[in-house]
Write a protein that binds this ligand. Structure first.
Ligand SMILES: NC(=O)c1ccc[n+]([C@@H]2O[C@H](COP(=O)([O-])OP(=O)(O)OC[C@H]3O[C@@H](n4cnc5c(N)ncnc54)[C@H](O)[C@@H]3O)[C@@H](O)[C@H]2O)c1
Length: 366
């Protein structure tokens, strides 16, 4: 008997691979995906008190970090596994790789296991745009984009499609990364300007997005680059001892964060005293806190990535997948005729005494 084929109908774990998510994006189109994600994340931020929130659990090592990001409301539980290894690209690996789970709180059944590498880039860009809608000047048309790696096209296109950015001023210490970004965006109506430094990129920009990866206390943006009225979208400073903004840039304007207990440890505000004022974004969205108060004001979104954005993205992608019939079943949980008879699953295997353990087989061949 193959228990996988006799799985009862009530066990439904679906799997979404990067190809499945790409198919969803291609079918819906990037503008609709970004617009949908912005609305999904906003709707969940507006129900902030309903969530059981925690700062992510980070495991640091010499080259990077591995993080677990759980969150739940009364109905749905999600978590993301994600790493951040800035040196990975030199080893042919991505800096950020992720996957996650969405489960039914009522029974604990895992309903979805999904890739989240692509989805993280989409949801991070959507979160940046959601923050900019509340904080940037509405007439913003020019954006500096500093750091032209994996996340950069997603940031560029979300700002283009949802916020109306028309010109990008690009800089990366790696010219090949900028060339790749320009190739990938060549078919759009964005004006692309390659710049010689971060300061050059910032010149004349309405919004500065920093999305660099470097395991260091960097100061990509210094006070001299910041002009009145700018909005700064700091995405890459997201780990202890990994920053992008000079402390005086943070002092230049009100600073907005996702979840203060996490951001004070991981964000650019890690440089500031524990009582440095920050405003959680959800309060701006629901009207209980002030966002931008004047055209001349400098605003800073110190993004680190919060579990709620992945919760929203997992739910959004699951809804899209169900509607489009994309994805595949994942036989993750044993299906049992008698739920107390887990042992019956072993009935599918050969008798234990007749099998050699894999390690013993390998030794035998050695
Ligand atoms: N806030 C969030 O929610 C969130 C989500 C995803 C990724 N991130 C962070 O975003 C950053 C970028 O991620 P990625 O996947 O694009 O990484 P990536 O390695 O693909 O790209 C990073 C780019 O930054 C460039 N860079 C490094 N130092 C620079 C400097 N001083 N000036 C200009 N460019 C510089 C690199 O050359 C590289 O091209 C990472 O730090 C990652 O941890 C944050």
């Amino acid at each position: 008997m193959n228990y996988l084929t006799t799985q009862p109908a009530h066990i439904h774990t679906a799997f979404l691979s990067p190809q499945h998510v790409a198919e969803i994006v291609q079918t819906r189109g990037l503008p609709a995906i970004f617009a949908g994600l912005v609305e999904a994340i906003r709707a969940d931020f507006l129900r902030w008190p309903e969530f059981d929130k925690t700062a992510r659990v980070a495991s640091h090592s010499a080259n990077g970090v591995i993080e677990l990001m759980p969150i739940a409301d009364a109905k749905t539980y999600t978590f993301k596994y994600v790493n951040g290894h800035p040196g990975n690209t030199q080893r042919g690996l991505s800096t950020v790789m992720a996957f996650g789970v969405l489960a039914d709180v009522d029974t604990g059944t895992p309903l979805l296991v999904s890739e989240l590498t692509l989805t993280t880039a989409l949801r991070t860009a959507a979160t940046s745009v959601m923050a900019a809608q509340a904080l940037a000047r509405p007439d913003s048309r020019v954006m500096a984009l500093i750091g032209n790696g994996s996340q950069s096209e997603f940031q560029a296109l979300a700002f283009h499609h949802v916020l109306g950015i028309e010109e990008l001023r690009l800089y990366d210490i790696d010219e090949a990364a900028t060339a790749k970004l320009m190739r990938n965006l060549a078919g759009t109506s964005l004006r692309l300007v390659k710049c010689s430094s971060a300061a050059d990129a910032a010149r004349g920009a309405d919004i500065i997005t920093t999305v660099t990866a470097d395991k260091s206390q960097a100061t990509i943006i210094t006070p001299g680059m910041v002009q009145p009225g700018m909005h700064i979208n700091g995405v890459g400073g997201d780990c202890p001892s990994k920053t992008e903004l000079h402390a005086d840039v943070l002092r230049a304007g009100p600073v907005f964060v996702e979840y203060a207990p996490q951001s004070r440890v991981e964000g650019d505000v890690q440089q500031m005293a524990a009582d440095f004022p920050v405003t959680e974004l959800w309060q701006v969205l629901n009207g209980t806190a002030m966002g931008r108060s004047a055209d001349e004001q400098v605003t800073v979104f110190d993004s680190v990535g919060f579990a709620l954005e992945d919760y929203s993205a997992l739910r959004f992608m699951r809804e899209q997948a169900l509607a489009l019939g994309i994805g595949e079943p994942l036989p993750l949980i044993p299906a049992l005729a008698d739920p107390k008879d887990l042992f019956s699953v072993l009935g599918t295997a050969a008798p234990v005494a007749n099998r050699q353990a894999p390690v013993a087989r390998e030794n035998h061949h050695a």
